[in-house]
Write a protein that binds this ligand. Structure first.
Ligand code: URA
Length: 256
């Protein structure tokens, strides 16, 4: 790590809106500021990746941002693409550096969350978290109720059997069937491979729900910030809200 990557602690606190630089020095001198859990000294420097906290509360140098994108087809879920295809980062127009939470195939459309909140993203993407992901798949052929039950019970894929899922046939017509699938796993091309395995290849796939978030009427290609309510809900499913509340309670007890 280059020393030039380091920022003075008082500067970082000021940029994060905690206090002025001088005011931040007062907080530091009072022992209220930690870097990676260790009480900091006035004049300390912080390198990228270190966690700064004031009174036990993590300080975020950058304003945190949470966006829902209705990912269009043909757009890749990476920050940059060697083949020069448009990316989901190009599709959201914000100054902050954000990254996608999980990924959708290039031809899949639908709900994609983008943020710069690494802690939340880690929780949401952790396989043990088992976040519910809802998909609408237009598939070839008429899917019987029995086949839908097979998909729900789990099918054998080359990387092992799929976990139980919720699957219902939302519609059938001469062109095929529409399935609604709710998965807690997030394996590569999982919906496509599951449908293929039961003889009904996917023609179009859209993600309509991610945990408590719903795509709703957001137009394809459009993005918007999450509402406070959505943010509370998504934090709740990761358990991060409980951690924030107990940190507040701890600080309250210490202050008494
Ligand atoms: N399952 C798939 O097959 N593709 C996606 O993009 C998401 C889930």
């Amino acid at each position: 790590m280059q020393d030039s990557d380091a920022t003075r602690l008082n500067r970082l606190l000021a940029a994060a809106g905690v206090s002025s630089r001088r005011g931040s020095d007062v907080l530091i001198a009072a022992g209220r500021v930690t870097i990676d859990g260790v009480v900091a000294e006035v004049g300390a420097r912080v390198t990228p990746g270190q966690k700064v906290a004031v009174d036990g509360r993590i300080v975020h140098a950058q304003r945190q941002i949470y966006l829902m994108l209705h990912k269009p087809g043909g757009v890749v879920t990476t920050a940059s693409d060697p083949q020069g295809r448009p990316t989901v980062i190009d599709a959201v127009h914000v100054r902050e550096r954000v990254f996608p939470v999980g990924r959708l195939d290039v031809s899949t459309t639908g709900l994609l969350l983008l943020t710069n909140d690494g802690a939340l993203a880690d929780r949401l993407m952790h396989p043990r978290g088992g976040i519910r992901k809802t998909y609408h798949a237009l598939v070839r052929g008429i899917v019987s109720d029995e086949t839908a039950s097979r998909l729900a019970a789990g099918v054998d894929l080359d990387d092992g059997p799929t976990a139980p899922a919720e699957v219902r046939v939302a519609g059938r017509d001469a062109y095929g069937s529409v399935l609604e699938l709710v998965l807690r796993e997030g394996r590569n091309r999982q919906v496509r491979r599951m449908c293929e395995a039961v003889g009904h290849p996917v023609r179009a796939l859209r993600r309509t729900g991610y945990g408590p978030l719903r795509l709703g009427e957001l137009a394809e290609g459009a993005s918007r910030r999450l509402t406070e309510r959505e943010l509370t809900d998504i934090r709740r499913v990761t358990g991060l809200d409980v951690e924030v509340r107990s940190a507040h309670a701890r600080r309250g007890r210490q202050a008494r």
